[in-house]
Design a protein. Structure first.
Length: 480
């Protein structure tokens, strides 16, 4: 085998990342040659074409293996989340096309920015080493900062982008310092590295700082302060994409670190991280559920929904420790993450078609679904999944998390109280999803006088329909 062929075989695991990066570059070059009218027609479909090629590349590299340097690894779970990332990018592209075209905004650079961010998320999913993980995190973050600020004439958008960028830069520095501490404690940046003798305290500090950096990206308490401003300041199409893919990257990376902890000899670190995740998880659910009830802005409601759902995922992360499992089992957390990502982007992408970006109060959505029942049904199914209602996959996701907590309570009785409180808060949080559904379908003779009646693109209808169908298929897949 030639050196070139050997190098390709060694790096084939990165083929999906390479493919989507090529698509971003192609869209960026094409944007310069397209007229104002043609940008949103052509660039969106260029994105979709390369996303289809990326999905094919994921299929070709699927399996259970890693590269020779152990920088990246592929597994069945990671393959599923790579496909989910591609689906979220397609839905985000459809929402961007519909929003920017109806607003008669140029912003052709939004399409390659979305693709570059998707490449960064994929790099985070695949990484087994802290250095490519950090590179993927920054590659995902910087395009999103620009996408949040895309509504250039909005004071709220500029303020949100500034806050998100400054706080993101600070927490990235914390994460990078954690990488340095991790290297000092283990002599390597491989996440699965064991602790050197006498350096347990440095390892503990490193894991804490790495967790802080990723919890910020996930929007969990107490690092959720940016979520409401960023979600409200960005266009609804960007908000949906950000809510989905950033959580996929952050929690998949956190899961990799958590799995690495279980393979290490630092048992005290595992105990403290599990207690930390349990406390932050229930606090995130409480803040997200209770604060979301007081909101009248759709994007602020779904912002606090993101905080609450981050808490549920954290509870799924700490379950193996409190259940005294011999091996790490994150299936309930990952299944919840999958259903949340698809449900949130499907709901927000669909709602963006009904929304005037200058205001997005619940009353402005009144009877919107009656005018476009197909889109209304798809949005309602996504919201039902987020609320944890039966039929949609979100019901099974929450059921699995609660079942895991109940199982853990047999080994650790204190978890009973956490499970009961989380269940009550889940019922409370379901209220604001039902409120959105009510306003979408309720009748009013004065409905939507202020809302723009722009057309809904074929691509948006197609991708939101795919999100709704995916949630039904995921529920069937889990039951089979």
């Amino acid at each position: 085998m030639s050196n070139e062929a050997s190098l390709f075989y060694d790096l084939k695991i990165l083929l999906p990342v390479i493919m989507i990066s090529v698509g971003a570059i192609f869209a960026l070059v094409a944007e310069s040659f397209l007229s104002h009218e043609a940008k949103h027609k052509a660039l969106a479909w260029i994105n979709i074409f390369f996303l289809c090629l990326t999905a094919y590349a994921i299929r070709k590299v699927s399996g259970d293996y890693s590269d020779p340097w152990n920088l990246f690894s592929m597994s069945n779970v990671k393959s599923v989340f790579l496909y989910a990332t591609v689906l979220c990018a397609a839905i985000g592209t459809g929402a961007l096309q519909n929003t920017l075209k109806n607003r008669n905004t140029e912003c052709g650079e939004a399409y390659p920015l979305l693709m570059l961010s998707t490449a960064g998320i994929m790099l985070m999913v695949l990484s087994q080493d802290l250095m490519p993980l950090f590179l993927g995190m920054e590659l995902a973050s910087f395009p999103i900062y620009a996408l949040v600020a895309m509504n250039r004439h909005s004071k709220e958008s500029n303020e949100a982008a500034f806050k998100y960028f400054v706080s993101g830069a600070a927490l990235s520095a914390v994460f990078l310092y954690g990488v340095a501490m991790f290297y000092g404690a283990t002599g390597s940046t491989l996440i699965s590295s064991d602790v050197l003798e006498g350096r347990e305290i440095f390892y503990q500090i490193a894991i804490f700082m790495l967790s802080l950096g990723l919890l910020f990206k996930a929007g969990a308490f107490p690092l959720h302060f940016w979520v409401a401003d960023a979600y409200t300041g960005a266009l609804a199409a960007v908000t949906g994409y950000m809510a989905a893919v950033v959580k996929i990257g952050a929690f998949m990376a956190l899961g990799t670190i958590w799995l690495g902890l279980y393979s290490s000899s630092a048992s005290i670190v595992i105990a403290r991280e599990a207690i930390l995740f349990l406390c932050l998880g229930i606090a995130s659910i409480a803040i997200g559920a209770i604060t979301g009830l007081a909101q009248i802005s759709v994007r602020r409601i779904l912002a606090f929904s993101a905080v609450a759902n981050a808490g549920f995922i954290l509870l799924g992360f700490c379950y193996p420790y409190f259940a005294n499992l011999p091996e790490m089992d994150l299936n309930s957390a990952f299944y919840f993450l999958l259903t949340y990502a698809i449900g949130s982007i499907g709901a927000l992408a669909g709602i963006s078609a009904f929304m005037n970006e200058d205001y997005d109060n619940l009353d402005d959505l009144r009877a919107a679904a009656r005018k476009r029942p197909y889109l209304g049904v798809c949005i309602s199914l996504c919201l039902a999944s987020l609320a944890g209602l039966p039929v949609a996959a979100g019901f099974l996701a929450k059921f699995r998390v609660f079942a895991s907590l109940v199982r853990a309570s047999f080994e650790t009785p204190a978890v009973w109280g956490i499970a009961i409180v989380a269940f009550v808060l889940a019922i409370i949080s379901a209220t604001y999803y039902l409120r959105i559904m009510y306003f979408l379908w309720s009748y009013s003779s004065y409905a939507s006088l202020q809302r723009r009646s722009g057309k809904v693109s074929t691509l948006l209808n197609l991708t939101v329909g795919m999100a709704a169908a995916s949630l039904l298929l995921l529920s069937i897949w889990m039951l089979v």
